[in-house]
Design a binder for this molecule. Structure first.
Ligand code: ZN
Ligand code: FE
Length: 221
């Protein structure tokens, strides 16, 4: 319904990957349209709505499933486990693995610093953050602080389309610009993502908190 899967293509080598395929069919359709054979399936975490398409895509393309080291024995047929500090080569594009607890144990972010792309799974959404299903507010806060340290011009790609629920949290000129952009994209039937981290640091009510107490009160309310 509102999950995003992403196709990643390294332009120099044409090596490609699918990130968080919640279902296989639309992903395979797009791969066929673009004549892509995904060498890898990348996952941010083990929740079913991010991995349900893994098996069918792997069976079709013989892709390798790359996951958090925590999920190596949890996600069916996973091949490679990565942890914080690891660098994953997608052709000549390099993903830095950032661990981000708070929503699911072992959740990782896929960060491509040269391309300035960040895949945030269920940690950071437009104007929202993930639920504390397998973690604490403190862990989520810590994860958000890691994201906050990344450059403002990084584009981030969330696991779900949730922006519309956050529109009433926006105020001021930056907030109004943000809201206009969300509405414009949704009215065109295109994803809200990507936004820059710079915009999100100002407009996301959780990411913009300046201290833990303020964040805690917001997230438990
Ligand atoms: Zn999840
Ligand atoms: Fe999810």
């Amino acid at each position: 319904m509102d999950n995003y899967a992403y196709l990643l293509i390294d332009k120099q080598t044409n090596i490609s990957a699918v990130l968080d395929p919640s279902e296989a069919e639309p992903v395979i359709k797009e791969c066929e349209k673009q004549n892509i054979k995904p060498v890898y399936i990348l996952n941010t975490h083990h929740h079913f709505d991010h991995i349900e398409g893994n098996k069918e895509i792997k069976d079709k393309y013989n892709s390798k499933i790359v996951v958090s080291i925590n999920d190596l024995n949890i996600i069916p047929s996973a091949d490679i486990g990565l942890e914080e500090g690891d660098i994953f080569n997608l052709g000549n594009s390099k993903a830095h693995i950032i661990s981000a607890e708070g929503h699911a144990v072992g959740h990782i972010l896929w960060y491509f610093p040269s391309e300035k792309n960040l895949f945030t799974g269920d940690i950071l959404f437009n104007l929202a953050v993930g639920g504390l299903f397998e973690g604490t507010a403190e862990q989520m806060w810590h994860s958000l602080q890691k994201i906050k340290k990344l450059p403002d011009d990084v584009l981030f790609y969330p696991g779900h389309e949730y922006a519309v629920y956050g529109l009433n949290s926006l105020y001021g000129p930056t907030g109004e610009r943000y809201a206009a952009k969300v509405k414009e994209r949704l009215s065109q039937g295109i994803p809200t993502a990507p936004f820059t981290l710079g915009e999100e640091k100002i407009c996301n009510p959780y990411l913009s908190c300046s201290n833990y107490q303020e964040f805690y009160e917001k997230i438990i309310s």
